[in-house]
Each structure stands twice: as C-alpha cells, then as structure tokens.
Design a protein around this ligand. Structure first.
Ligand code: IMP
Length: 179
C-alpha cells in the first residue's frame, strides 16, 4: 500500500505513524529504566517537540512535570543560522530535579549543546536528553542525545511537530521535504 502523503507532492513518508508510536513506547521504557520511578521534569523545546513531548510523557507514566522552553534557531528556512535564542524561559526552578530535555531533532547539535549548558547552570539533580531524531551527518558540535529515537539521513524532514515555515507540524508521520 502506498503510504499517505496528504496529497502533497513535496513530501515522502520516511517514518510511519506506527513506527513512531512503537519507538516512543520503547524510549519511555528505556528512560524509566535509567531514571527510575521517581518524578521526572520533562522540558520540551518549543515548538518542534510539542507532539513528541505529549506522546512521551503519557508513555512515561509515573510522576512527571511538564515544562517548556521556547527556542528559535531556524527563522523559517531550511538552514540553521547557528544562533540559538531563548524566546520563552521555564516557568519553575529545576534545581534538585531529575530533568529530561525533550528535543525533536539534533542536526548541527548547536541547540542541544547550548541548552545542556543553559539548563545545567540551574543545578538540576540530573539532566538527560532525548531526541526523537538524530541527523548525525550535519554536526557542527560534538554532542549526542542520551536517548534517540531514529537516526536519519541528512535531509530536511517535516511532520510530527517539525515544520517548514510553520507548516506540516500536524502530520502524524515524519516525511522528507523536497522543494
Ligand atoms: P540544531 O541544528 O541541532 O541546532 O537543530 C535545531 C533545530 O532545528 C531543531 O530543534 C529543529 O527544530 C530544527 N531542525 C533541524 N533539522 C530540521 C529538519 O530537518 N526539519 C525541521 N526542523 C529541523
């Protein structure tokens, strides 16, 4: 069966909804095994991680706090500017909390590297990172997420929270975008 592309000739399904859901459940188990049954403060990076975050926190179960950080690094195009800007800070202190930074994708690594330092300075009890997607072909800083869902080729992807010019976030799958 041809996977749905929502009638858009620019997109091609790379990771189906079913594969994403199965991997999110596995990631949640791996994370709970590592962090234990206690409270986890999940910190979603807006906007790209909002759908992954929603699925992951439900799969994690147990006590979970949800925080969000607004970050802007792409400014609407398909190339990173390399400049990470905090547009919305955490609402509550994270000092002494076991924290999990929830990212949509690690591409150049600049955002993850910056946020690890930014959050580390707030003295969490521990700080781990999870990224749904890892695009290792494009790294500018040597950084890896503690947990990663899928390794993908060096192509621009949309869907499941990831956008191109604010569109496509609502696709339930991950698709490669070709202009
Ligand atoms: P970085 O280059 O690792 O700093 O990635 C920063 C952010 O760029 C990610 O959190 C995404 O929001 C966005 N990004 C990177 N690659 C893609 C992509 O292929 N599609 C959509 N957004 C992307």
């Amino acid at each position: 069966m041809t996977p749905p592309n929502h009638g858009d000739a620019h997109i091609r399904v790379l990771i189906s909804e079913e594969r994403i859901q199965a991997r999110v459940a596995e990631l949640a188990r791996e994370i709970r095994e590592q962090i234990g049954d206690g409270p986890i403060t999940c910190i979603g990076v807006l906007k790209g991680s909002f759908i992954f975050m929603a699925d992951l926190v439900r799969a994690l179960g147990g006590p979970v706090r949800c925080e969000f950080l607004g970050v802007s690094s792409y400014h609407g195009g398909t190339r990173s500017t390399g400049v990470v800007r905090i547009t919305e800070d955490l609402r509550h202190p994270i000092e002494g909390h076991h924290c999990l930074l929830v990212e949509d994708i690690v591409d150049t690594g600049l955002t993850l590297d910056y946020l690890k330092h930014f959050l580390g300075a707030r003295k969490p009890a521990s700080l781990q990172t999870v990224a749904l997607l890892d695009k290792p072909g494009h790294r500018e800083v040597e950084v890896i997420a503690d947990f990663a869902g899928f390794t993908i080729p060096d192509e621009f992807v949309v869907g499941y929270g990831l956008d191109l010019g604010e569109l496509y976030r609502n696709l339930p799958f991950i698709a490669v975008y070709s202009p």
